[in-house]
Design a protein. Structure first.
Length: 167
C-alpha cells in the first residue's frame, strides 16, 4: 500500500487558530463589541419583560391625566394595551439589535454604522431624561463600550478585509 496524500491538503500542524481558506479570523475587538451588544440586548429583553409589573403605575398615571373622562375599565384596558405594546416593541428592538450584532461579527460595515446610529439615539434619549433607569444606563454603557470596540483599528481592518474578500 502506498502512502498517497490524496486530493486534499494535509491538515496544518500546530493547533492554533486556523481559519478556513478565504475566511478572515474575527479580531478580539469585534468579538468584544459583539458580546457588549449581546449583553446590552439581554438587559433590554429582561427590562422589557419586567414592564408588565408596571401596569398599575401606568393605570395610575392614566387616572391622573384622565381628561377624556374614561371609565375604570377603559383605563385598565389602556394600561394593558400600553404594557403589551411596550413588551412587543422591546422584543422587536432586541431582535434587531441581535441581528445587527451578528452582522457586525460577520464584518458588515452597514451593521456597524446602524449600531452606531442606534447607540447615539439611545444616548440622546437618556440625556433628555427619557427612559433613565439603572437598567437603561447599564444597557447604554454596554452599547457604548461595544461601539468603541467596533470602531477600533483592528475592527476597521477586519471589516475592510471582509469587504475586499466579498468583492
Amino acid at each position: 500500500m502506498t502512502e498517497s496524500p490524496g486530493p486534499y491538503e494535509p491538515y496544518p500542524a500546530g493547533g492554533g487558530d486556523v481559519s478556513p481558506p478565504g475566511k478572515t479570523a474575527v479580531p478580539s475587538t469585534i468579538t468584544t463589541a459583539f458580546y457588549c451588544y449581546l449583553a446590552s440586548t439581554v438587559i433590554g429583553i429582561v427590562s422589557g419583560l419586567l414592564v408588565p409589573g408596571n401596569q398599575g403605575e401606568i393605570a395610575d398615571a392614566l387616572r391622573r391625566a384622565n381628561t377624556a373622562h374614561l371609565t375604570e375599565s377603559q383605563i385598565q384596558d389602556a394600561a394593558r394595551i400600553a404594557v403589551i405594546s411596550a413588551v412587543v416593541i422591546a422584543l422587536l428592538i432586541s431582535l434587531i439589535y441581535l441581528w445587527l450584532a451578528f452582522k457586525l461579527r460577520a464584518g458588515r460595515n452597514w451593521a456597524r454604522i446602524t449600531l452606531t446610529v442606534l447607540t447615539v439615539l439611545q444616548v440622546i434619549l437618556l440625556a433628555s431624561g427619557r427612559g433613565g433607569s439603572v437598567v437603561g444606563y447599564l444597557a447604554l454603557l454596554l452599547a457604548v463600550a461595544g461601539l468603541v470596540f467596533a470602531w477600533l483599528g483592528a475592527s476597521s481592518q477586519y471589516i475592510q478585509t471582509v469587504k475586499a474578500s466579498r468583492s
